[in-house]
Design a binder for this molecule. Sequence first.
Ligand SMILES: Cc1cc2nc3c(=O)[nH]c(=O)nc-3n(C[C@H](O)[C@H](O)[C@H](O)COP(=O)(O)OP(=O)(O)OC[C@H]3O[C@@H](n4cnc5c(N)ncnc54)[C@H](O)[C@@H]3O)c2cc1C
Length: 393
Amino acid sequence: MGMPRVALIGGGIGGLVAAIALRRRAIEAVVFEQSAQLQEVGAGIQITPNSTRVLRAFGLEEEVRRRGFEPGFMLTRDMATGEVLFRTQAKGVMAERFGAGWFQIHRADLLDILITALDGSDIRLGAHCLSIEPAVAGATVVLSGGRREAFDVVVGCDGIHSLVRATLHGQEKPRFTGNMCWRALVPAEALPCGHLEPVMNYWMGPRGHVVAYYVRGGALVNLVAVIETKDWVEESWSVEGRRDDLLSAFSNAHRDLRILLEAVRRCFKWGLFDRDPLPRWGKGRITLLGDAAHPMLPFLSQGAAMGIEDAYVLARELARNSNDIDAALVSYENERRPRTTRIQLAARAQGKIFHLRSPWARLKRYLRLDKFEKPRADLLSKDWIYAYDPTTA
Ligand SMILES: Cc1cc2nc3c(=O)[nH]c(=O)nc-3n(C[C@H](O)[C@H](O)[C@H](O)COP(=O)(O)OP(=O)(O)OC[C@H]3O[C@@H](n4cnc5c(N)ncnc54)[C@H](O)[C@@H]3O)c2cc1C
């Protein structure tokens, strides 16, 4: 028997990297994307060493390095006082310690890199998947307009609202995590000269935190400002936000952070949702990948990274077990589910660490993390996340 034919439902980062991974193994893949064009939100994304390694395996690391930004340090400050809590070296240390770099890149640039790598691939745009019908040795994709197409394997890469997940596991609303964020891109030239160091900037406050980093080689600053809130009242999860609301939510922030926030001209606000880890992902020849399988809070910067790792492992297992596809899908899930479950739960826990309320708890945090502040240290002890290498596992 030859290689299986795979349908990827969804052309986000997960679906596109899966298409690259499958193609590199000579497995035919068709991406069905409901939007009329491939697009990403106007924001940055962090590529941590674990996902850099996968992109390297596809020959894409250098392009990410060229178009992204590699921060020298992680700099963590108290949001109210501006006091530096930790300064942890990143550039060089990441590569030395984890064998791969840590980059920040505009999502549109990452998307462009992936699309270029997919040159000639079968990507169907405006292809809204209505349902998946399981069969004994495959599954049929049913598209709006009534078109049907049979595949050996169908993978739901269709994000947190996944139709494929609902097909397999029933409808269930995602969980509002009690956090919302504003996202914005600020031209570096809008800031006073030298205002923001070329580092990964964190400001930690009670009930909120802010992350700011450069993208596009330093031309733009990506800003994510998170606060805890009881309700997410907007109908949409992502809507245009009001600059005044952003400024008043951080009215007590230190002057340096205020200068950055005041430079925002346009922002979007997001409710942050996740889901509980699933006890099983796939059934028969249908499985899940990326946010469809394991949507998580962004506090460890691992959502897309997990989809990128999933993609590599899925393709590797299908190539290795092409004469037993069911076994391949079981090994894919067995390898990926424990790790993504752990990371989903760790991302929730990370929110609590970021947003500590009492001064005593914050002092304890400081003391606990302080011991990591060494030249080879990692601010939040993320070694187990970054050290994983699906390309050799
Ligand atoms: C504020 C914030 C910051 C983040 N920062 C990071 C970071 O620094 N690093 C990181 O690794 N992750 C980060 N993430 C997480 C990351 O953005 C997501 O995990 C990732 O984009 C999910 O990719 P995906 O392809 O699985 O899903 P999606 O990006 O949601 O893509 C799903 C695709 O499926 C399509 N689709 C849906 N339904 C259908 C259908 N029925 N038929 C056809 N197509 C369909 C959609 O149109 C979409 O294109 C962050 C998230 C947030 C909110």
